[in-house]
Design a protein around this ligand. Structure first.
Ligand SMILES: NC(=O)c1ccc[n+]([C@@H]2O[C@H](COP(=O)([O-])OP(=O)(O)OC[C@H]3O[C@@H](n4cnc5c(N)ncnc54)[C@H](O)[C@@H]3O)[C@@H](O)[C@H]2O)c1
Length: 390
């Protein structure tokens, strides 16, 4: 196991009705003037935004609102949010929504208290030194942004996605009521669960040896999604299954599964170019990229892939030919994504093979590599994209 630090200061309020305590938690974590940031229709239609407003009013807190966050959140709304927060003297950002809304909130939080352009952080020009606090009311189990220090924003000037992360952007609290996720359409539910599995894959396929505790945590999260996702697709109102999925989403990305081990992240970065170019759901893009990446890198450590096949998918170990077991695990992963309605090829996603040069260009891969399990240069990234075509 590698040396590590683990810092996860987010306070969780989990369960039925917890969104009605939003005001209590904002106050507890020092907010006076709040920006309620949200996406579109469903949070308003369901009455969630009104319930959150009522809970702030009950605590005597004032607020302004900014809706309109799109999936794959855009830089334009972040600039608008920063201006609004400065004008209104906002001191706390409350995200009501999924990863897109929380990520947009984090960008506004660091941008409001920075003299320059917030994009400096996402382009690697500057490091944030302060931030407004961010809390969230989560409505989809997926990105894990409710307990991660990361944020991913699409720059509308060129439509490319970039991630930025720092401890300052770790949310101070996350309110998680699994009932709020019952209104998700099946495709979004499955896409979210794919993202959860992908967060685990990025950590599971590692060069670090002797990491049994985190291997087992990773396998537990994966097996939970494999068991619970079909249940909620069958019955969207299955509270217990929704609850298990929601907590799995947090465990997958608050880094408890990644402590003490090298992580990869090539597949995520390759996917970001897909969702930036085609505006597809991030999870759907990952269902396309991961089986391709696994196939491409499998020979680097066949035993790890065979372990994955046996422990996660229950495949029988072929001791004469572990490669067959490893391949079976990848095939089972791809078949599972298909069975829950995810695309597993460029064609099914609506992506085009002829766009690969464009994807490589926005990835800005020249002169550097992606990933750590196997380091991928331009040629290798292209090969993974090509494998994903079919
Ligand atoms: N910050 C991180 O650590 C991190 C990690 C992974 C991914 N991401 C990013 O997060 C974004 C994706 O976030 P996401 O997967 O959480 O989804 P999302 O926030 O983009 O939401 C997906 C869709 O579901 C809708 N929705 C959300 N909750 C709903 C509900 N309860 N009922 C009905 N509809 C609902 C949204 O309006 C949206 O249309 C991507 O941009 C991705 O790159 C961030």
């Amino acid at each position: 196991m590698d040396n590590f630090t683990f810092y996860s200061p987010t306070y969780f309020a989990f369960g039925k009705g917890t969104e009605n305590e939003a005001g209590h938690y904002v106050k507890r974590f020092g907010g006076h003037k709040v920006l309620i940031h949200y996406g579109g229709g469903s949070a308003v239609r369901s009455g969630l935004i009104d319930r959150v407003k009522a809970s702030l009013e009950k605590e005597g807190l004032s607020y302004v609102v900014l809706g309109g966050v799109k999936p794959n959140p855009r830089s334009g709304l972040v600039y608008e949010g920063i201006e609004l927060c400065r004008k209104e003297g906002v001191d706390f950002i409350l995200a009501v929504g999924g990863g897109s809304t929380i990520d947009s909130s984090k960008a506004i939080a660091v941008g409001t208290v920075y003299d320059g352009d917030f994009w400096d952080f996402y382009s690697g020009k500057a490091q944030a030194e302060k931030s407004l606090p961010v809390g969230s009311v989560l409505t989809i189990a997926a990105a894990g942004s409710e307990a991660s220090g990361g944020s991913v924003i699409t720059n509308e000037n060129g439509m490319y996605k970039r991630a930025y992360g720092c401890e300052l952007m770790l949310p101070v609290f996350a309110i998680m009521n699994p009932e709020l996720t019952m209104s998700l359409p099946p495709y979004q539910t499955a896409s979210g669960c794919t993202d959860i599995m992908a967060h685990v894959f990025e950590r599971y396929f590692t060069n670090t040896k002797e990491v049994e505790i985190t291997d087992r945590l990773c396998e537990g999260v994966l097996k939970t999604i494999i068991k619970e996702l079909p249940k909620v697709l069958e019955n969207p109102n299955d509270y217990e299954a929704r609850a298990n999925i929601m907590w799995a989403g947090t465990m997958a990305h608050n880094d408890i599964c990644g402590a003490g081990r090298e992580q990869d992240w090539a597949s995520h970065n390759l996917e970001h170019e897909l969702s930036a170019l085609y505006d597809c759901a991030h999870g759907a893009g990952l269902a396309v990229m991961f089986p391709a990446w696994m196939t491409y890198v499998m020979h680097h450590d066949v035993n790890r892939f065979a372990q994955f096949a046996v422990r996660v998918w229950g495949c029988e170990m072929n001791y004469q030919n572990p490669e067959e077991t490893a391949k079976e695990g990848i095939a089972r992963t791809k078949a599972f994504f298909h069975s829950v309605g995810m695309p597993t090829s460029f064609e099914e996603l609506g992506a085009k093979e002829e766009d690969i040069p464009k994807l490589l260009e926005t990835l800005q891969i020249d002169g550097r590599t992606e990933g750590f399990f196997v380091k991928l240069g331009r040629k290798e990234c292209e090969a993974v994209y090509r494998l994903a075509c079919r």
